[in-house]
Design a protein around this ligand. Structure first.
Ligand code: FAD
Length: 529
């Protein structure tokens, strides 16, 4: 990965290291464009580490009659799964049908049939309708007096930040230069056309300029901030809504599988088991505060707890049961008169008079198609005469990818037998790193014991291969530890800091700052005001 002095002239400069930006960088670099990506913080710092972590067809878009969107993201699921079968894992979703809420049995049955058809779901994975008794057998925690029946349908779960990182690594392998902790401070304009950007290196405070034939703004919730800087914030604008997830011990909310249930206010919520925890989300509320200070409020958390307790009455979750949380912003496109939940999740491309191309909206799931559309536009407008390849990202396997689900299982079994790992650790490694797990295991130091040994090996892998520059990068966006195992972050804060100080030659002052930042992140994730 790159954090060295970049060359100064590029064909394409991408602003933003979320899934949209890294997707564009991979597509452009693999077609032959000299590409650089500039990210102000870490990869996936924005919405791309704060989603529900599903690669999904978006059942709710069917309710909004957005057939085109369902078809596109529905068929993309299988492609993204194929690119990284270890990281995008099939997950059957249970949809309980209520007496009083939702679409009802027959409409849901027809809706899911259409969903499977639009998304081209394989016959064996197509929706299965369940009787009331079958539904309660699948999930005995459900409130019995309200269940009318249910359905099981196919989705995929992932780790959004890890998916973003692996796409960034693939982009780098295809020649893209990647800069993190570098903020685009302004645009360079010549003859009324954008031809580069001024960049602030956030870690050193130095300023430098990069030139590019085309600049693409893929800054997610910050897209309009940059359009404003470019004096091109006209017409359509972003409408930001906040989505919160909470995490509880799986023992306290032991759902047997992922479940998508109706709430009294007409919304739907996911509860997803993940190793030792279950996570629940999401809310969908208007957001007008600081874009870099998005956290879950007490009110957000209580809303989710009420929703769970109403549908699973024996569970009785309380505020003190919530171990951790995350909150993200949906960069949706504003439509007059529509509420947060009604807004379309479709992506849109805006072109300014000065040539800045901005892309907003969309889904994690549709990143590849969004990238293809943007790069097609860039080539049509600026590189029509250059001999470049057509988009082939559907065939670029991501780093660590194993052949298929069966190969992942075999690999996991090998780790259990040969490396003497317990099943949960083997599953964690394979689902996060795929075949790269072996490299991590080789980095284990003999003089360190147990859990810390593996954690330090993982940290060293991420520093060497994944551009980890702060403890927060590692705990939030490489491992998800802050969300899914916050106790481990608290327990091993000191040894992790010592390892980073030694490996990255941090001063004592820098190490102390890192410690304070990490403690703040722990508080933001687990204390609700
Ligand atoms: P971001 O990930 O926000 O990336 C933008 C990047 O630009 C940031 O990293 C930021 O630091 C950088 N940046 C900003 N300004 C500058 C600057 N001046 N210079 C340099 N860099 C800059 N989609 C799904 O498919 N499945 C789901 O399950 C799902 N669940 C969701 C749940 C929630 C609660 C939310 C909020 C969204 C969900 N989505 C889901 C949608 C999906 O997460 C987003 O569409 C996607 O992550 C947006 O990615 P992005 O790259 O456009 O934006």
């Amino acid at each position: 990965m790159l954090k060295s002095a970049p060359a100064l002239d590029y064909d394409l400069l991408v602003i933003g290291g979320g899934i949209t930006g890294v997707g564009i960088a991979l597509d452009a670099a693999s077609r032959g464009l000299k590409t650089i990506l500039v990210e102000k913080h870490d990869f996936a710092y924005g919405t791309s580490s704060r989603s529900t972590k599903l690669i999904h067809g978006g059942l709710r878009y069917l309710k909004q009659l957005e057939f085109g969107l369902v078809k596109e993201v529905g068929s993309e699921r299988a492609i993204v799964h194929n690119l990284a079968p270890h990281l995008v894992v099939p997950e059957k979703m249970l949809l309980p049908l209520s007496e009083k809420k939702g679409l009802g049995y027959w409409l849901t049955s027809i809706g899911l049939k259409i969903y499977d058809w639009l998304a081209g779901v394989k016959r064996e994975d197509q929706r299965k309708m369940l009787t009331r008794l079958q539904t309660l057998k699948h999930e005995p925690l459900l409130r019995t007096d309200d269940v009318k029946g249910g359905a099981i349908y196919a989705e995929y779960r992932t780790d959004d930040a890890r998916l973003t990182i692996e796409i960034a690594k693939a982009a780098h392998a295809h020649g893209a230069a990647l800069l993190t902790y570098c903020q685009v401070a302004d645009f360079v304009v010549k003859d009324e056309k954008v031809c580069g950007v001024d960049v602030l290196d956030v870690l050193t405070g130095s300023l430098f300029t990069l030139s590019a034939t085309v600049v693409v703004n893929a800054a997610g919730p910050w897209v309009d901030t940059l359009r404003k800087k470019n004096s091109s914030l006209q017409g359509k604008r972003l409408h930001l809504t906040k989505g919160v997830h909470i995490v509880v011990a799986h023992g306290l909310f032991p759902v047997k599988q992922a479940i998508y249930f109706d709430v009294d206010d007409g919304r739907m919520i996911f509860a997803i088991p993940r190793g030792r925890v279950t996570y629940i989300g999401t809310t969908d509320t208007e957001y007008k505060e600081g874009l870099d200070e998005v956290v879950a409020s007490r009110e957000d958390v209580l809303y989710l707890l009420r929703a769970v307790n109403a549908t699973f009455p024996s569970v009785n979750l309380q505020l003190e049961h919530v171990e951790s949380s995350w909150a993200g912003l949906r960069p949706l496109i504003h439509e007059d008169g529509k509420s947060a939940s009604e807004l379309s999740r479709k992506d849109e491309i805006f072109e300014s008079v000065s040539g800045l191309i901005s892309i907003a909206g969309g889904k994690l799931t549709g990143y590849r198609k969004m990238a293809e559309r943007v790069v097609n536009l860039v080539i049509d407008k600026h590189f029509e005469n250059r001999k470049l390849k057509s988009c082939y990202t559907a065939a670029i396997k991501l780093p660590g990818a194993l052949m298929d689900v069966a190969a992942c299982k075999n690999y996991m079994q090998k780790l259990v037998e040969k490396e003497k790992l317990d099943r949960e650790t083997a599953r964690y490694l394979v689902e996060n790193y795929g075949s790269q797990s072996q490299v991590i295991l080789h980095l284990r130091k003999p003089n360190v014991d147990g859990q810390l040994q593996l954690l330090l090996a993982e940290l060293n892998f991420c520093i060497r291969h994944e551009l980890v520059l702060s403890l927060e990068d590692f705990c939030m966006r490489r491992t998800g530890l802050l969300f899914f195992n916050i106790q481990l972050v608290k327990k091993y804060l000191e040894p992790l800091l010592v390892e980073m100080q030694n490996t990255l030659s941090w001063s004592d002052q820098r190490t102390m700052t890192e410690k304070l930042v990490m403690q703040k992140r722990v508080e933001e994730a687990s204390v609700f005001k």
